[in-house]
Structure formats: C-alpha cells, structure tokens
Design a protein around this ligand. Structure first.
Ligand code: SF4
Length: 130
C-alpha cells in the first residue's frame, strides 16, 4: 500500500546472488540504443523494486533489463525510498484526475482492449472494445 492505495506488480524474476537481491525483467523488443530503451522501463522497475523491497525489508535493489533479441543487459540501482515518494506523488496526481468528465467523453485508445484498468476507466460508459 502507498497512500492507502494498493499498488500491484508482477515481476518476471527475483533472485539473490552473492548476498544481493536482483529483479530481472525480460524485454523482447529490438533496441537501437540500450540506454534509451532502458529509460522507459525505469519506473516499471522501481515499482517492482518497491514491491520486492518491502517484502524483503531492503533499502535498495538492483534492476536488470535483459533485451533478448540483442542479448544485452542494462542494470541500475533502485533507491526504494525515492521509488516510494515517486509512487506516492503519482498516486496523488491520479487522484486529482477528473475521471467523471473523462468517462463522459467515451473515448478509447489503441491500448484499451488489453488494459487492465478498462473496467474502472470506462465504468460508466457503454464502450465496447473489439
Ligand atoms: S482503458 Fe486503459 S488504455 Fe484505455 S483510456 Fe483507460 S487507462 Fe488508458
């Protein structure tokens, strides 16, 4: 729980090596620049780190992104206090969002069909996703 909100995460892999904990996430996209590609997953990994770190009572954890097509790994350390503050701030921003007005627009996007939040996001609309 962060700000009394449940935050969930589904990790690909969590392991301990030489006394240190690691989160490993597999990526199937092709990459031009591994550093640029890794940036877009940083927050995802921070949430994973938060979930793992709380359960394991850690201050930090190492995230590893394994890009399968090029067999390259990008690693970075996650400060779990910073990840928690970032998540709390993000939750506050989401709570400020005017979902009622948004629902009235009955708009969908290319991702709605597979989005896990569809039932919440469009709860008052008759939107159908094919
Ligand atoms: S259902 Fe998901 S993808 Fe579609 S608008 Fe809502 S949050 Fe975005």
């Amino acid at each position: 729980m962060v700000n009394n909100r449940m935050v969930t995460a589904k990790l690909d892999s969590l392991y301990k090596y030489d006394g240190k904990w690691y989160i490993l996430d597999f990526k199937t996209e092709s990459v031009q620049n591994i550093s640029d590609s890794a940036k877009k997953y940083r927050y995802q990994m921070e949430v994973y780190g938060l979930a793992a770190g709380r359960n394991l009572k850690l201050d930090s954890i190492t995230a590893e992104l394994l890009f399968l097509e090029s067999n390259e790994t990008f690693s970075f350390n996650i400060n779990l206090s910073e990840a928690e503050v970032k998540t709390a701030n993000l939750i506050s921003e989401i709570e400020k969002f005017d979902f009622e007005s948004f629902n009235k627009t009955k708009k969908s996007c290319n991702y709605c069909g597979t989005c896990g939040y569809l039932s919440i996001c469009h709860k008052n609309t008759a939107i159908s996703i094919t």
